[in-house]
Design a protein around this ligand. Structure first.
Ligand SMILES: Cc1ncc(C[n+]2csc(CCOP(=O)(O)OP(=O)(O)O)c2C)c(N)n1
Length: 625
């Protein structure tokens, strides 16, 4: 068969295609996704898993009118290809190209900019209630994975939706995986449904029998009771029926005719409905199907054999992630109270190595950041020393637990805040640009950011020795090859890395490397500058700041974080409180806007945080621009 995909400009073009053509189209879409991710990197396994489901949804519904909300949104590639973005798809995740997540700016078929898990049922229910109020007849569909389904937010949405009576179809895309194996009791329940065949067949039979019977109310009620009793006795009940959803499935999410038939049947039913679909992550690309966790977020690779090209795995030796976990394992060997917690990110946070070493002291709680933080509080109260490995962007979800369960109780919980700063191709949903701002006003929190490996190790040791909550933030990058200094880490003390007279740079965390590089360039031009590693965003080293301001014509702060509420703000507050000359201080930070997908390097450059940008600013401040 000739290529069909070239003729698909919008979902309307799917009408009239027969089963063989839809299957062919699914193969072509998988090929395009695989080829594109091989070149650009991206979420491969999840996207390959939902191609057939996406085709079926776009065939049965009209999402130019109806609403489709993808949970997380990392699995929307086939949706993008079918909704007018096939032509530009090859530029996936590159500057100005198609984003890796839903984006309303790209297409009216994308309703929300998403990237965080668990929100789809709530936003879809909101849409459904709005349509109910307008009596528009538009339908609303949410697609959510079994991983995201266990998040508190998703369960809150289900709880409301089951009682709200709006026209909402939830598709449960069950592939038994989050990034790694889905964890928790709900996952166990879904697995039981997978391994107990016959539920759907039985239900269909009973439904049909009921529909055929002419009967009065009391007989109907009696038979419904019998049906419920039968289900209890023979097969596990779908837990969401108890929430008020009409549940269908599990069905094979790769069998397009079955999907079409089931969706057609369910489409007009109204009220809260749930279709349980079984899919396979990585479907159609053998390496991803065999090892989906490794291909969840893939780096560029060779399409023919799955050989990964880029050498920058987050947990490779010499990355901040790797060095932090290596030290944590070392410390945990000597202190049995140390436990580690992740919210469904054992690979990304590097904590998988901790899990292998201390399986009984490792807790993967699923995509439940709020629970992870509150759990850590309980563990700390109980005498353990919990360390939560978490991305800056996902810790946002647990703000209230940071305040209420941790800070307010003055508990010793350590947060390894990974991916702090600009993250590159994942774009605005994933940047870790706000953690200093949302932690800095919580009394008792110590916020540290290492400039080199020695500082990282010193901070982690100190965090576990001292009381109270700590956050240690670092980006997805390699540590500098050699340490910049060997001055021991002390709480609230900065470290001078080099001295000069024409200006001073107070750099937070990994920005120190760029500052030192800039200082080297500037020295050749006769502009000697002092460079200090601030080490802490809270507390600020006021003595160091005072001497930098007094001893230099200008002081420049650097941070891989948004300006408002960040490190520079903290420095300005400290300067104001202590009567230092505020006019001398300028802050370089990420501007308060949503930074689009690009390489991390380009994003840093745009914010003025590369060595070139820092040097240019120093020249301007020194009147040598
Ligand atoms: C709040 C939040 N925490 C963590 C993540 C990181 N993350 C992205 S996708 C994913 C797994 C999602 O699993 P599931 O919902 O089952 O979808 P699948 O990838 O299996 O299709 C995780 C943990 C996230 N996006 N949002």
């Amino acid at each position: 068969m000739a290529g069909l995909l070239d003729n698909i400009e919008s979902p309307a073009d799917l009408q009239g295609l027969g089963p063989a053509e839809l299957a062919q189209l699914a193969r072509e879409i998988r090929t395009l996704i695989t080829r594109t991710v091989a070149a650009r990197g991206g979420h491969l396994a999840s996207n390959l898993g939902v191609v057939d489901l996406t085709l079926a949804l776009h065939r049965v519904f009209d999402f130019s009118r109806d609403h489709l909300v993808w949970d997380v949104g990392h699995q929307c590639y086939a949706h993008k290809i079918l909704t007018g973005r096939r032509a530009g798809f090859e530029n996936l995740r590159t500057a100005g190209g198609v984003s890796g997540f839903p984006s309303p700016a790209e297409s009216p078929y994308d309703l929300f900019r998403t990237g965080h898990a668990g929100a789809s049922i709530s936003t879809a229910l909101g849409l459904a209630l709005a349509e109910k109020a307008a009596a528009s007849g538009r339908r609303t569909v949410a697609v959510i994975g079994d991983g995201a389904l266990g998040s508190g937010l998703a369960l809150e949405g289900l709880n409301h939706a089951g009682a709200a009576g709006a026209d909402l179809l939830v598709i449960l895309n069950d592939n038994q995986m989050a990034i790694s194996q889905t964890v928790g009791a709900l996952a166990r329940h879904l697995t039981r449904m997978r391994t107990t065949p016959g539920y759907d067949a039985l239900k269909a039979e009973v439904h049909e029998a009921l529909e055929r019977l002419p009967m009065g109310d009391s007989l109907a009620r009696a038979i419904h009771t019998l049906k419920d009793a039968l289900k209890e006795a023979v097969v596990p009940d779908h837990v969401f029926e108890r929430f008020g959803f009409r549940c269908f499935g599990p069905v094979d999410g790769h069998d397009i005719p079955v999907l079409l038939e089931t969706l057609e049947k369910m489409k007009g039913l109204g009220g809260p409905r749930l279709l349980h679909v079984h899919t396979q992550k990585g479907r159609g690309f053998a390496p991803a199907a065999e090892k989906p966790e490794a291909w969840h977020s893939a780096r560029p690779f060779t399409e023919q054999n799955g050989q990964v090209l880029a050498d920058e795995d987050a947990d490779e030796p010499a990355t901040w992630t790797h060095e932090a976990v290596t030290e944590l394992v070392e410390l945990a060997t000597a202190d049995a109270r140390i436990v580690a917690i992740t919210a469904a990110m054992p690979e990304g946070t590097g904590l998988l190595r901790f899990a292998h070493r201390f399986p009984d002291r490792f807790f993967d709680v699923g995509i439940c950041e709020q629970h992870a933080v509150a759990l850590a509080a309980g563990m700390a109260k109980g005498g353990l020393r919990p360390v939560v490995g978490i991305y800056s962007t996902f810790l946002q979800r647990a703000y209230d637990q940071l305040f209420h369960e941790v800070a307010l109780q003055e508990l010793p919980v350590v947060f390894l805040v990974d991916r702090a700063g600009l993250v590159g191709a994942d774009g605005p949903t994933h940047h870790g640009l706000y953690d200093i701002a949302y932690l800095r006003h919580l009394a008792g929190f110590t916020i540290a950011a290492p400039a080199d490996r020695g500082e990282l190790v010193g901070m982690l040791r100190l965090a576990l020795q001292t009381g109270g909550p700590w956050a240690i933030r670092y980006p997805r990058e390699r540590t500098p090859e050699a340490d910049f200094s060997d001055v021991p880490v002390e709480v609230g003390r900065a470290s001078i890395l080099r001295r000069g007279a024409k200006g001073a740079i107070l750099a937070l965390g990994a920005t120190a490397a760029a500052a030192l590089e800039a200082a080297g360039t500037l020295e050749l031009e006769g502009i000697t500058v002092t460079v200090a590693s601030a080490r802490f965003a809270r507390p600020i080293d006021k003595a160091c700041l005072g001497s930098l301001v007094a001893g230099h014509p200008w002081v420049m702060t650097l941070e891989d974080h948004v300006g408002p509420g960040g490190f520079g703000s903290a420095v300005l507050e400290c300067a104001a409180a202590n009567g230092y000359d505020l006019r001398k201080i300028g802050c370089v930070a990420v501007p308060q806007e949503f930074v689009e997908h690009d390489t991390r390097q380009a994003q840093l450059a745009a914010a003025g945080l590369t060595a070139e940008g820092i040097a240019a600013r120093a020249r301007a401040l020194s009147g040598k621009a």
